[in-house]
Design a binder for this molecule. Structure first.
Ligand SMILES: Cc1cc2nc3c(=O)[nH]c(=O)nc-3n(C[C@H](O)[C@H](O)[C@H](O)COP(=O)(O)OP(=O)(O)OC[C@H]3O[C@@H](n4cnc5c(N)ncnc54)[C@H](O)[C@@H]3O)c2cc1C
Length: 404
């Protein structure tokens, strides 16, 4: 929609200019003029007392939607290992493909990676497009963008999903700009509109205080990067197979401007929060960094791992790798035990999909209790040791039973 001033009706009162949230209207003599900052929000249309401003339909510029079909998942691999988020994307992609009524495909780039196609079939891909070349051994923005963009232009998928990993966040926007289409970053929910079959992409915005649902009506493919750890993993069907389609890979000199000299792995302790079945998380309620030792003890008893709120990370009590939440990791364990965590929306955004949430907090009105399945109002330094004692008793009993 565009905004148009009906010159004959405009009285030059400037009410529209004063009310425009984007300062997009200027007064030229006694006439309102709409500038390039206009977003078409329509506030001026409602405010004009003389009905001198109207919304007009713009000619849609897009593509022939009927030419596009299929859901594609970018099969991110590192050192010839498929990234866990790909299995989540295939699970979600399968669901979307079923609702749209199309095939699910994976796009795999790398060197000597063809063998990984079988894994992708077993996780639900019907087709795997493979670009196998020495130049694609390490990820480069130029190399991957060129190959995948050419494949998109040739095979015309309707939907393209990438993990919101460092690579996916780099590659997604480059592909979207080349394909002249829309991309929604860091989605936490994807749905197909039952009426027009377009994809509704939902992502947190404004620090997680608002969930925005975005559609890409006239351009294709519809592209999303999807936050790791949010979508359910695809089912694994051993022996399932499909079609491999080899993509042509030809680079001219200068096509790839990045030269990878060395890949240095972080020496930081590796934390696998997304794979953990049990997470014992601590927040400011711990009062001191040593509190995490107690939580580690409980986590060990439950074969789990510890995690933290951002406040605890910011306090320097634990590394950022352990942070759960909007600016940390999103987790979906079987059990999430929140100890001394208030339950701010930015934290809850990262753990609310846990199967069971247990909250321990001294304040009975702490927001964490709103998402908790079980809540214990109390001092974590009393509750957690009591839980450890109970688990010790249970372990001893089960050992006795085994000996009998
Ligand atoms: C843009 C943005 C992004 C953010 N991203 C994240 C994110 O990814 N992850 C995240 O966690 N936060 C994030 N935050 C911060 C978030 O808003 C909160 O500030 C943070 O989650 C609070 O951490 P907390 O619950 O540990 O601390 P507090 O809010 O201080 O809560 C401490 C809780 O401990 C309880 N308590 C105190 N003593 C005890 C005790 N002895 N036993 C039991 N309970 C006790 C208190 O009652 C209180 O509820 C973000 C904020 C912004 C603005």
């Amino acid at each position: 929609m565009a905004i148009n001033v009906i010159n004959e009706k405009c009285k030059g009162c400037a009410i529209c200019a004063k009310n425009c949230p984007f300062n997009a209207i200027t007064m030229e003599g006694k006439l309102a003029v709409i500038g390039s900052a206009c977003t078409g929000c329509g506030v001026c249309v409602d405010k004009c007392p003389f009905k001198a401003i109207e919304k007009v339909k713009e000619e849609k510029s897009g593509v022939d939607l009927s030419e596009y079909s299929g859901v594609w998942v970018f099969a991110e691999q590192r050192e010839n290992k498929i990234m866990p988020v790909v299995v989540e994307l295939l699970g979600e992609g399968k669901k979307l493909a079923k609702e749209v009524g199309c095939e699910l495909s994976a796009v795999l780039c790398g060197y000597n990676v063809e063998g990984l196609a079988d894994e992708l079939f077993e996780y639900g891909a019907d087709k795997v497009y493979v670009a196998d070349s020495k130049e694609l051994e390490n990820y480069t923005t130029d190399g991957y963008t060129k190959v995948i963009f050419e494949a998109i232009s040739k095979y015309k998928p309707e939907i393209v999903l990438l993990g919101a990993t460092h690579i996916g966040r780099d590659l997604g926007p480059c592909l979207a700009v080349k394909a002249n289409t829309g991309l929604t970053a860091d989605c936490t929910k994807l749905e197909i509109d039952p009426v027009d079959k377009k994809i509704k992409q939902t992502r947190p915005a404004f620090g997680g205080n608002l969930m925005a649902t975005i559609v890409c009506p006239n351009h294709r493919p519809q592209m999303s990067t999807v936050r790791p750890g949010v979508m359910a993993k695809a089912e694994h069907t051993p022996g399932r197979s499909g079609d491999v389609i080899n993509l042509e890979v030809a680079f001219n000199e200068g096509d790839i401007r990045t030269k990878v000299l060395e890949i240095v792995k972080s020496v930081k302790e590796t934390v696998s929060l997304t794979d953990a079945e049990v997470i014992v998380a601590g927040g400011m309620g711990l009062g001191k960094p040593e509190g995490f030792d107690l939580l580690k003890e409980l986590a060990k008893k439950l074969n789990g791992v510890v995690a933290a709120s951002r406040a605890a990370v910011d306090a320097g009590w634990i590394d950022h790798a352990y942070q759960v939440g909007q600016t940390g990791t999103t987790v979906k364990p079987k059990i999430y035990i929140a100890c001394g965590i208030s339950g701010a929306i930015q934290h809850v955004a990262g753990m609310q999909n846990a199967e069971q949430i247990i909250a321990i907090n001294t304040a009975e009105n702490a927001p964490i209790f709103e998402v908790a399945d079980y809540g214990i109002v109390g001092d974590l330094y009393k509750v957690v040791p009591a839980m450890i004692d109970e688990l010790n008793v249970a372990t001893e009993l089960s050992m006795e039973e085994q000996l009998c």
